[in-house]
Design a protein. Sequence first.
Length: 176
Amino acid sequence: MVPPPPFQHNIIERMIERLLFASRWLLAPFYIGLAIGLLMLLVAFVHEAFERVVHVWSARVDQTIVGMLSLIDLSLVANLILIVMWAGYENFVSKIDFKDHPDRPSWIAHIGYGDLKIKLLTSIVAISAIRLLEGFMHIDTTSNRELGWAVGIHLTFIASGVLLAVMDRLGDKDRG
């Protein structure tokens, strides 16, 4: 069998590479879906905040604290969605072209995939800590088994975050 001439091989290779490069746009609907999810989370946040305001006079202090922790939790999840949406789009699809916009976050162009993983896990640890605190706020109605699982899961997230950061740092040393 005779190999194809080099010119023909280069054309096929370039076509495949262009197709693969263009396939990054298949990720764009995922990021649009995250934007829709962010809108859904906003509706949930407004609903939760409204419920807290309506019941502020009849709620006990611990109920108010747990309600505020729930709002903080929703805010952290919204921040997490935004970070994943922007950084993922910028890293894997296309540069976000708002360099001259005065409100453009400075971190957006500097967050790499490793940074994204660390920020993601850090947010998950913060959300887990809030859930754990909510469990302790209801310690009289939460079983020891539930609290034990919550602490175990939280510690697992922390250990995962530390190991991910260590692996990322070791990977940076190998590249540098």
